[in-house]
Write a protein that binds this ligand. Structure first.
Ligand code: CO
Length: 331
């Protein structure tokens, strides 16, 4: 199996974070014993975490137990640094990418990495995405939005065109979720807003007509099965047929663009995976566990294998073959 969606968070010291942004740069504190810790923001705990996040040996022991041959890691979104001025964010991104490379280095056949970039400046972002590929990255992870810019913004489209032209696969992760206070309880930002953020990213590309300008060679994959996208695509098509404002920038039926996009398989339900594979296509869904976080798939591959309707060939594609093609990995 190849897992295309997992996170790491390196040992970032408090001093290193504070030198960048004392309030908003994340850092790691590890408890005595080395197995557990906290991601910190300023002097406040952000999230309790455990050693797979920063210790590649612990990670690979977990991969052995789960039967995962190769896992692709990327930044935990709190590391993005999109709120800072561009040079500071670009310097941070380079350092985080060096930490990602160092995390994977002891296990080059088991762990590969996606870069992060300072999306606030297209020139800096494309330069770092290209540099990272030369340094061993298999693609780039971006957030589904950069402050107020969604993926249809000309800067984001320019970045994606660069990735298409330079064969850099893109993984889009939702982050910085919409919340206005009604989402305080029960992890609602993760359960309601996060799937909507992902759908917003996908629909921004489709309804803006950006996919008419971005080369078809772009490989772009969205996390969490595309969030709310597949289930609500019929609603979008219906709106496109009956409202000029939905049609004005998008020349073709929205659902016809689904086959330009990819998603991971992290939907946790056979019915949802059936719909997802029908909407995206069997070739465009890839195993993604969201490890090592609690909202990820706890038994990697179990959902895909439980779906008899897929057949064994389709299961094998979703569990690894599609990822090999998407990232250009050796067989
Ligand atoms: Co994730």
């Amino acid at each position: 199996m190849i897992d295309i969606h997992s996170h790491f968070f390196p040992r970032i010291s408090q001093a290193e974070a504070h030198a960048v942004d004392a309030q908003r740069a994340p850092w790691l504190t590890v408890d005595e014993g080395g197995k557990t810790g906290q991601i910190m923001l300023g002097d406040k705990p952000f999230r309790p975490v455990h050693d797979e996040l920063w210790d590649p040996d612990a990670r690979v022991r977990g991969l052995d137990g789960a039967g995962i041959a190769l896992q692709i890691i990327c930044a935990t979104p709190v590391m993005f640094g999109y709120a800072w001025e561009a040079p500071r964010a670009a310097d941070w991104a380079t350092r985080m990418n060096e930490k990602a490379a160092a995390y994977c280095a002891p296990h080059p056949t088991r762990l590969r990495w996606l870069s992060q970039v300072a999306l606030q400046d297209v020139k800096l972002a494309t330069a770092e995405a290209a540099r990272a590929m030369k340094a061993g990255a298999v693609g780039v992870q971006i957030g589904n939005h950069m402050e107020k810019k969604d993926l249809d913004h000309p800067d984001m489209v320019d970045f994606l065109i660069f990735c298409a032209d330079n064969a850099i696969p893109v993984f889009v992760h939702p982050w910085d979720m919409m919340t206005d206070g009604r989402m305080k309880k029960w992890m609602m930002p993760w359960l309601v807003a996060m799937p909507a953020e992902t759908q917003l990213g996908m629909l921004s590309l489709i309804l803006s007509g950006a996919l008419e300008r971005i080369p078809k060679s772009l490989k772009i994959c969205f996390a969490h099965g595309g969030g709310s996208f597949a289930y609500t695509l019929g609603r979008v098509d219906n709106a496109w047929k009956h409202r000029d404002i939905v049609r004005q920038d998008c020349p073709e039926l929205p659902s016809s663009y689904a086959r330009r996009l990819y998603t991971d398989s992290a939907v946790f339900d056979p019915g949802a995976l059936k719909l997802l594979t029908e909407v995206m296509g069997i070739d465009r869904v890839m195993l993604g566990t969201d490890a090592p976080f609690p909202l990820g798939e706890q038994q990697p591959g179990a959902l895909v294998r439980s779906c008899d309707f897929l057949g064994s060939e389709a299961q094998q594609r979703i569990l690894g073959g599609n990822a090999r093609a998407f990232f250009g990995l050796p067989a």
